[in-house]
Design a protein around this ligand. Structure first.
Ligand code: ZN
Ligand code: ZN
Length: 273
């Protein structure tokens, strides 16, 4: 059984969407007998991020302001880790944006923050030129933010963005590849061509992928779907089980089910730092 997680969230600096402090998460990981824990709060910064109605504090439109917060985040978690024996890594779950200015910003962060790792992710839909960036949830619950162009291009760009996120080579692994299905979009038999493009990008590079049990908290299927995990195994893509825990009770959540699937598929290449 995998006894570590690299994808979980805290309430560090009072700005992120985790329910517990880094101290509490680390302590819980020790109690579970984990050998290590990686804490990966959200790194979400882009000048064109549109209306956000939840946890506004962790979305940034100003690169300088964001950089300062991320530096303090790393420091605070490193300080908390000193009290514990367990190995603690500090990472970020990063929303990737495929434009030159954002890439310059992120490369600068990678050179200066001193974090241990980065997870690539995509929680948004986009128009073609990235001048409008909206949370996926708006497609369903806030149609007033979505014009015709956005409705047409948003999902296509969402998948292109994940593919480009992989191809960038910036990330150690990518998060919850088909999480969008939990919002009612791009379910299992749909968008296969776009999903194959992501699988192909993963097969060509060194970026790993997570098998997230968060899907079992939101529905009855992990992220990604079993057929995708099979394809990833064929291409020898490194895989890591994640809980995407936002509170201590979610650490290691249903890892036994994820392990059983990987065992059933005889999945060979397991990701570990
Ligand atoms: Zn996420
Ligand atoms: Zn997450």
């Amino acid at each position: 059984m995998q006894k570590y997680t690299y994808h979980c969230h805290t309430n560090t600096l009072g700005i992120y969407d985790g329910c517990n402090s880094a101290d509490e998460m680390i302590s819980q990981a020790e109690s579970l007998g984990f050998t290590e824990i990686g804490i990966s709060n959200h790194l979400i910064c882009h000048p064109k991020i549109g209306y956000i109605n939840k946890i506004q504090s962790m979305y940034f439109r100003d690169y300088k302001e964001a950089e300062d917060v991320y530096k303090r985040t790393v420091e605070e978690i490193r300080t908390a880790s000193l009290k514990y024996k367990i190995k603690v890594l500090v990472g970020f779950e990063v929303d990737y944006f495929h434009d030159a200015e954002w890439c310059r910003f992120f490369e600068h962060l990678k050179n200066t923050l001193g974090a241990d790792y980065y997870i690539g992710s995509s929680h948004f839909i986009y128009n073609r030129d990235y001048t409008n960036i909206l949370k996926i949830a708006y497609l369903k619950h806030h149609p007033e933010f979505i014009d015709e162009e956005m409705r047409r291009d948003g999902l296509i760009m969402h998948w292109s963005n994940i593919k480009n996120c992989v191809a960038s080579g910036y990330f150690d692994f990518i998060a919850h590849m088909d999480q969008i299905k939990s919002k009612g979009f791009c379910g299992d038999s749909e968008w296969e061509d776009k999903k194959y493009e992501v699988i192909e990008a993963l097969s060509k590079g060194k970026t790993g992928v997570e098998l997230s049990t968060k899907g079992l908290r939101k529905g009855d299927e992990m992220y990604p779907a079993e057929w995708i995990v099979k394809e990833l195994n064929k291409h020898n893509v490194p895989i890591v089980i994640s809980d995407d825990a936002h509170q201590i009770e979610q650490l290691g959540y249903k890892f036994d089910i994820a392990e059983s699937l990987l065992e059933k598929l005889d999945y060979k290449n397991r990701f570990k730092f």
